[in-house]
Structures are given as structure tokens and as C-alpha cells.
Write a protein that binds this ligand. Structure first.
Ligand SMILES: Cc1cc2nc3c(=O)[nH]c(=O)nc-3n(C[C@H](O)[C@H](O)[C@H](O)COP(=O)(O)OP(=O)(O)OC[C@H]3O[C@@H](n4cnc5c(N)ncnc54)[C@H](O)[C@@H]3O)c2cc1C
Length: 489
């Protein structure tokens, strides 16, 4: 991008377009280990600014990539074109109804949570990064979190989106109305002579690939869901309408200690029978000081199990649960008030930060197999496989995650700068993702594909489905200028 491009963009009426080295350096990193320096950064004020950027970029073949808080773990918000940061000016809550909220993409989830709580409402999707991540980033990665077990991922709550496409066209999609590009996509899906659902994993959460399977569900068409998990590679979300729920009146949290991770994951199917809304594992590296009986070296495994209800029958449910689990685990604590529950969740929210502290210098817990999902019934077998692979290479690791969904956040600790480690991580990824493909799991439950995992999407879905994804990309973004290298190579 040249000075001429910048001055031409300014002439379109855009003020906040920066191409100084300092700004470009700041936007060259995110929460992954990847680095790409963009050409320029813009802070759009409204959808018309977004349109101006897209019109210009489309005409000149320049890439456009959106950015929320930059907490994506796989390099999703990095690119070498124009970066659009929504946190500065497109960060407003536009409307709160009885069962929905309409927001701009740059609103921070924790700020939205506070506003909704004043009305006794909440959006249950609760990534550990909620204090800084944005709704635009959550939608585009299909974020989830501990309560994804009981309430699903953000894809289960999105009612509609407004968009700008790469050619500058305004788009919209919800159950009742959608634009012509979405209509073309629906016709394309219907025309495919195969049941696409059979290519999708048999798991409760999935952020890999494009989520065609979520569009046709329970006799409804939800075309807006194609944009969820798409990492800004199909359209730029300028506002979204999301379902909100009443905050449950009663909550209980039980903290269990297992002798080791295998005993913990073996108990998952039994725990699921008791219908918790969250079941989180904290193991090696994920605990710093939270429970005196838990330790950070993985000699014991902590499990947080939460139940929600609206009357006292919840406590009978919890009593039965504790009675049943006594044979398998030590019950460290049970909390029934919001303060005790929040204290425990704050410790869980710090898991990744705690895990990162296990790194020294360039030896760090490395992401790539850090977000796999298998059906909970086979989580025990899968964990054995993972531990065997780590043992083969004599690798230390950190592990925690959403055990109830079969979604483990496991990161081997390697020297991220060494060529040997890079090829080692590739061969580990190959082994793990081959297994994931065979058991109809997902290579990503909530973090997404980004720069690092996109090349493995065909391993999970197969070439037929990957070719369909390529067609979907072209329907929305024919010049492939939106977030290159993500979802489609
Ligand atoms: C400490 C830590 C803990 C985390 N815990 C969790 C967790 O528990 N659960 C979980 O799911 N994730 C977790 N994450 C991952 C990450 O925080 C989430 O995916 C988060 O929702 C990303 O939001 P963001 O605003 O930072 O998005 P960014 O990283 O800035 O962007 C993410 C993607 O969204 C796209 N995007 C942003 N805005 C738009 C828009 N307006 N239109 C189209 N595309 C857009 C970007 O291009 C990019 O592809 C964690 C990350 C960290 C660092």
C-alpha cells in the first residue's frame, strides 16, 4: 500500500487511517505466537466507513481484516492489508429488549454483561477472556466457555447480523429475511447432492470450518449462523442481535479433587448424567494458588461442576450428585452463593495465564492441538492417547479445559523458536488430528482455525466438504480479500 492509497482513502472522508510504523507494529501481534505487519489500521465510526474501506480495497485488491481485542489464539486478526479495529468507535450497545440485545461488534463482553445484569439478564457464553474480548470477535470465532456445556456456544444465541461484504454491499441475515448473497448461498447448499451434516463432527461444540450444519436446524433456517466461526472471511459484522436469558435464581458449584487426570476424565460420563451446566478440569500448570489440595504439577486434578435452577429442588439435585461422586473423588468445597462461585470461576479464568507462567524464555506452552473436542464417552481413551504421544517425545505440558464437552486445552511446552520444535509440533498435530478425524471430533471447539490450523481443516472434514467451503467463500468474497489465509488457503 502506497502513500497514494492512504491519501486516496482519506479523500473518501475516512479520517482515522494510520500507516505509521508504531501503529502497524502494535497491530502485528495478537494472543498467538504469530506476527504479520499490516499496511494500515482504521477505526471505523459506522458501517459507511466500513463500506468506504471495502469499496477501495476491492477495487485495488488490498486485503481487509477485522480486529476486536486481539485475544484470538491462532493469529485470526493478523494480516498484511488494512486492519479494521472496532473497539474504539463501534463499541455501543444499541438496544436491549426482553429477550435480545443489539450491539456493535466492538463492545467488550464484560461491559455488556454488566448492563444486562442490571436487568437480571445474561448471555451465557463466557470465554475466560470476557474482560477484554469483543462480541464481534466472539461471533467470528464462535466462542464458548465453561457454561457452554449447559447453554451452547455463541452460535446458539445469535438471532441476526448486519454486514458489509468485500465489494462494499450492505448485507443482513436472520430467520425472516436475508440479502441476495445469503440467498445464493442457501440455493447452493440446497443444490449440493449430498447431506452435508454427515461431514460434521459428533460433538457439542465446533469452531472449525464454516458451520453450514447450523443453518438448517429444527425445521428453521438460520442463515446468520454461516458468519459465526467464519473469522471475518465472509463478511464484516457491523451489528448483531443476540438472545439474552434470565439469570437463574439458584446456583451451586461443587469442587472435586481426583487423584489424576485419567480418573477425572473417566468420571465425565457419570457427572454428565447429573445435568450440570459447567464441568471444568484444572490440571497440570493451570492452578496456581486456588485450592490447597490441588497442585500445579498435575499430581491431582480439580474439577469444577456447576448446577443452575430456579427453585430449591436444585439442592436435592446437588446432594444426589455429591453422594454419587463420593466414590470417585474427594469433595473439596460446595458453594451456593454468588461470591463463593465467582471466586472459583476467577481461578478458572486464570488457567491460561497460569499455564503461560510455566514457560521460560522461548520455551512456552504451544498452541495447535490446544482446542480439540471428542465425544465425552471417548474422552478417557483420547486422553490416554495424548499422554502417550507426550511421553514418546518426553514433553512437559499444561492441560485444563471443558471436560464436559470433551474439549481439552492441552499445550506441550516447546522452544517455539526452534525449527526442531516446529516440525515436532507439526508431527504431533498430524497424529492428533488424524485421530480426531477418525472419531468424528473437532480440531477446534471454540478458539477457531486462524493462521495456524486452517491447513488442517481438510483433515477433519475431508476434501468434498473443503471444496464446498471454497465455494462458500467465493459466493461472499469473490476476490478473496477478506482475512486471507483463514478458513481457506
Ligand atoms: C487468556 C485467554 C483466555 C481465553 N479463553 C477463551 C475461552 O474460555 N473461550 C473461548 O471461546 N475463547 C477463549 N479465548 C480466545 C479469544 O479470547 C476468543 O475467541 C474471543 O472471543 C476473541 O475476541 P476478540 O475481540 O479478542 O477477537 P479478535 O482476536 O480481535 O478477533 C477474532 C476474529 O474475529 C474477527 N472479527 C472481529 N471483529 C469482527 C467483525 N466485526 N466482523 C467480522 N469479523 C470480526 C477477526 O478478524 C478474527 O478473525 C481466550 C483467549 C485468551 C487470550
Amino acid at each position: 500500500m502506497t502513500d497514494q492509497h492512504i491519501s486516496e482513502l482519506r479523500k473518501t472522508g475516512l479520517s482515522e487511517i494510520f500507516d505509521d510504523d508504531w501503529t502497524r507494529t502494535i497491530y502485528s501481534v495478537d494472543a498467538s505466537h504469530c506476527t504479520i505487519k499490516p499496511l494500515a489500521v482504521n477505526f471505523p465510526s459506522d458501517e459507511y466507513d466500513v463500506q468506504k474501506i471495502c469499496n477501495y480495497a476491492y477495487a485495488h485488491g488490498i486485503s481487509v481484516t477485522c480486529r476486536g481485542a486481539g485475544t484470538g489464539l491462532l493469529g485470526q486478526s493478523l494480516s498484511d492489508g488494512i486492519i479494521l479495529d472496532f473497539t474504539k468507535k463501534m463499541n455501543r450497545i444499541l438496544e436491549i429488549g426482553n429477550d435480545y440485545v443489539i450491539v456493535q461488534p466492538g463492545v467488550v463482553k464484560a461491559i455488556l454483561d454488566k448492563e444486562l445484569a442490571k436487568r437480571g439478564k445474561f448471555i451465557p457464553t463466557d470465554p475466560a477472556s470476557s474482560n477484554y474480548c469483543t462480541v464481534g470477535g466472539m461471533l467470528s470465532n464462535n466462542s464458548s466457555g465453561p457454561h457452554g456445556l449447559g447453554y451452547g456456544s455463541i452460535i446458539n444465541h445469535v438471532q441476526g447480523v448486519k454486514l458489509v461484504y468485500s465489494n462494499g454491499m450492505i448485507g443482513f441475515a436472520d430467520q425472516k429475511k436475508y440479502d441476495e448473497k445469503v440467498s445464493k448461498m442457501l440455493k447452493f447448499i440446497v443444490s449440493i447432492d449430498t447431506d452435508v451434516k454427515k461431514y460434521y463432527p459428533n460433538v457439542s461444540k465446533n469452531s472449525s470450518g464454516y458451520r453450514l450444519d447450523a443453518i438448517f436446524e429444527n425445521n428453521h433456517i438460520n442463515p446468520q449462523k454461516i458468519f459465526v466461526a467464519s473469522e471475518g472471511s465472509l463478511g464484516i459484522i457491523t451489528s448483531s442481535r443476540i438472545s439474552i436469558l434470565d439469570i437463574p435464581e439458584k446456583k451451586s458449584l461443587v469442587i472435586l479433587k481426583f487423584e489424576n487426570i485419567l480418573n477425572a476424565v473417566l468420571a465425565v460420563p457419570t457427572i454428565l448424567e447429573h445435568k450440570p451446566v459447567a464441568m471444568e478440569l484444572l490440571d497440570r500448570g493451570a492452578i496456581l494458588g486456588g485450592w490447597k489440595d490441588g497442585d500445579s504439577n498435575g499430581n491431582s486434578s480439580i474439577m469444577l461442576v456447576e448446577f443452575h435452577g430456579n427453585d430449591n429442588s436444585l439442592y436435592d439435585q446437588v446432594d444426589k450428585f455429591e453422594e454419587k461422586l463420593q466414590e470417585k473423588a474427594k469433595i473439596l468445597e460446595s458453594g451456593h452463593d454468588q461470591n463463593s462461585i465467582d471466586r472459583a470461576w476467577n481461578e478458572r479464568k486464570n488457567s491460561l495465564n497460569n499455564a503461560i507462567k510455566k514457560g521460560i524464555g522461548s520455551r512456552k506452552p504451544a498452541g495447535i492441538i490446544e482446542d480439540t473436542v471428542v465425544h465425552p464417552d471417548i474422552l478417557y481413551d483420547y486422553t490416554i492417547l495424548l499422554l502417550k504421544i507426550l511421553d514418546t517425545y518426553k514433553l512437559d505440558y499444561v492441560v485444563y479445559g471443558h471436560a464436559g464437552n470433551g474439549n481439552l486445552h492441552l499445550r506441550p511446552i516447546v522452544d517455539i523458536n526452534s525449527d526442531y520444535s516446529k516440525s515436532l509440533m507439526s508431527s504431533i498435530a498430524y497424529k492428533v488430528f488424524s485421530y480426531i478425524g477418525k472419531v468424528h471430533g473437532s480440531i477446534s471447539g471454540e478458539h477457531g482455525d486462524g493462521l495456524l490450523r486452517t491447513k488442517y481443516i481438510p483433515m477433519m472434514y475431508g476434501s468434498t466438504m473443503y471444496d464446498i467451503f471454497k465455494q462458500i467463500k467465493l459466493i461472499f468474497d469473490d476476490k478473496k480479500i477478506f482475512n486471507p489465509g483463514k478458513k481457506i488457503i
